[in-house]
Design a protein around this ligand. Structure first.
Ligand code: AP5
Ligand code: MG
Length: 219
């Protein structure tokens, strides 16, 4: 199963991707998480990416495409994968066409005014990368691994506003791009995480049946 989760910053892509990838045993590929790991480790890629990320701008397409191309070769991608935050430009989506097929794109729709509030309360785990929101979780350590929670550098209000603008300008056109290919499904992301997950699971379960039928017909 090969999925894309599309949506603005703070839409809940990471929150949903973590659960759905676990449910199906497929790899969760978050280009944002990959870049943050490179930054933590101080690699040349991480140092180059930091300048863009701290301003809320996109990292150049060729860097991202190379990174994803390598990532999908890994053993944990054999059963499938879920892209979270990739592709983010038409150029990335075009490049993806030549390296992988995609079964479904889930667009998580959340109104812009809700995004700032969500990102403002986000806390991330320094150990396992799990995400939390202060309104739903008040401890300062992770419930899964016990590591300390932190606020992402690019979650400052002025950076967030630019990330939303960049999304509208560069990523939103992908909605029509994938609609035209018949791959797009939209869920209302402005409800509890559990309700959103139920909706996504209904879509992915339909997809699983379709993929099974296709496999049976091939045999
Ligand atoms: P990335 O890490 O991908 O950030 P993003 O797309 O801006 O999205 P976020 O991670 O902020 O939000 P999310 O949708 O995952 O929401 P979450 O589940 O955390 O990218 C960061 C940067 O890296 C980019 O700006 C760019 O510079 C670079 N980059 C990454 N990929 C790139 C690419 N492909 N090309 C070029 N550059 C790239 O939820 C947010 C908060 O809301 C959390 O606190 C959560 O607990 C809460 N929440 C979630 N769901 C709900 C709900 N239903 N109700 C209430 N609260 C909720
Ligand atoms: Mg995320």
């Amino acid at each position: 199963m090969k999925l894309i989760f599309l949506g603005p910053p703070g839409a809940g892509k990471g929150t949903q991707a973590e659960k759905i990838s676990e449910h199906y045993g497929i790899a969760h590929i978050s280009t944002g998480d990959m870049l943050r790991k490179e930054m933590r480790e101080g690699t040349p890629l991480g140092k180059a990416a930091k300048g863009f990320i701290d301003k809320g701008e996109l990292v150049p397409d060729e860097v991202i495409i190379g990174m994803v191309e390598n990532r999908i070769q890994a053993a944990d991608c054999q059963k499938g994968y879920l892209f979270d935050g990739f592709p983010r430009t038409i150029a990335q989506a075009d490049a993806l066409l030549s390296i992988s097929d995609i079964d479904m794109v889930v667009n998580i729709d959340v109104p812009a005014e809700r995004l700032v509030e969500r990102i403002g309360g986000r806390r991330m785990c320094a150990g396992c990368g799990a995400g939390y929101h202060v309104s739903m979780y008040s401890k300062d350590t992770c419930e899964k691994c016990g590591a300390k929670l932190f606020i992402r550098d690019d979650d400052k209000p002025e950076t967030v506003l630019n990330r939303i603008t960049v999304y509208e300008r560069q990523t939103q056109p992908l909605i029509d791009y994938y609609k035209a290919k018949g791959l797009l499904r939209t869920v209302d992301g402005d409800r509890t995480p559990e309700t959103v997950r139920t909706d996504i699971l209904a879509l992915t379960e339909k997809l699983v049946s379709r993929l099974r039928t296709r496999l049976t017909l091939k045999r």
